[in-house]
Design a protein around this ligand. Sequence first.
Ligand code: ADP
Ligand code: MG
Length: 464
Amino acid sequence: MSDQQLQLGMDDALLALRNAWDQALEVLAEHVNKPSFESWIKTAKPVSIDGDLVRITTGSRFAKHWLESKHLQLIKEILETHLGRPLKVRVDLAEDNQDEPVILADKLPAKPNPQPKHDDEPISLPLNSHYSFDNFVVGPTNRLAHACAMAIAENPGKTYNPLFIYGGAGLGKTHLMHAVGQAVSANIPGTRVAYVSGEAFTYHYITSLREHRTAEFRRQYRSIDLWLVDDIHFLIGKERTEEEFFHTYNAIHDMGKQIVLTSDRAPKDLQLDSRLLSRFQAGMLADISPPDLETRMAILQTKAHYENMTLSDDVILYIAKLIRSNIRQLEGALITLHAYASLMKTSVTTSLAEKVLSKHFGESAPVIDAQKVLQEVSIRFHVELTDLKGKCRSKDIVVPRQVAMYLMRRLTDYSLPTIGRAIGGKDHTTVLHSCKKVEERMASDRGFASLITDLSAQIGGTQG
Ligand code: ADP
Ligand code: MG
């Protein structure tokens, strides 16, 4: 396998970050006035993700300050929601603006450092102190996983080894894993706990190969007492990393050290080496499935309490009924609602929740897909579907094409790149630009605005 192939893991991470950033842009565009959005936010770029550290660069010192002081928390939450793990977000000045006349002490270490990284560098990603057993709500669908995690926290290496937790996205796998790590550190001081994701393991391994430090890599991993490996499915298709993982796994397990793994699917459905799968299957398998209504309500109550939000039972019931299969989305809904209410200086009622959330989160809302939008636009504007998706720049076609992008953005939960692909391979900046054009014209041309509102209602949404 070539180095280039080995690097795929990192490219995946950056790609995922860029997608998440597009989502963040969409939310920010709704919260921030246009001139500020254009000047300070659109010029910012996500440039790297390394472990849990996301770096964003901005074009000016003022933009950096503005982003940091006003929107960092929101950006962080959106990125965490989309990438599904706790992150740190750092805003830096873009390289080509470094010569601005300002001295930033914290800039100094960011200069290229020719020293290779060394030995004592920890391999563990940080554990999120909010992910504890205390604030994990137990219900029928996560009870087994929770009980196993508790047993391990009390007696690592002695009960179930490995513990393999699996289930869909946003159901609490990472939360439980962090809780185990923190409980063990607290109960048995001195335990060497290493929490890594499949992605981080891949990255460590690739780096050690590139820097000819595999011996050191192996030594580090073999000194672990409790190994927590999150999202093991990331190793699928990365043969060399998987091979290294297999040896690391055996070494740690043979020393009687505890291993906990998570994955989005059961071992039998993982396309990994069968030797590895049989080792997983020899341990304890615990699946987590989506929570029932009562558990969802309890989670919302806990989270609202933690965020200092007062929510009526009606609102809690509304959200818990709306979002059924992902706890991360449940929390995302709460944060979005909170942000809206505080921006609009209003209190959180069921009708506000309905207005704000149904568009983004509803699972029972009619499914509107790209095809439906394209079809309706094509009929209304008398344009062929192939022209909508084509490259022709004549005004008769450009306007409906922009309208189609705008409507997809309003009526579906597609990301900007997805909309770009649906309209025949345009990039996400074209999509953003098109939406802006349509919005501008709607603001100045009432006939056009009512046409769009009408079209939107026809497609199934409520408003343009
Ligand atoms: P996964 O790793 O399965 O994708 P996470 O562990 O990241 O999911 O959980 C997503 C979010 O939902 C986190 O913020 C987590 O704290 C929260 N969460 C998940 N399950 C529970 C639970 N049972 N009680 C409280 N919060 C939960
Ligand atoms: Mg996770």
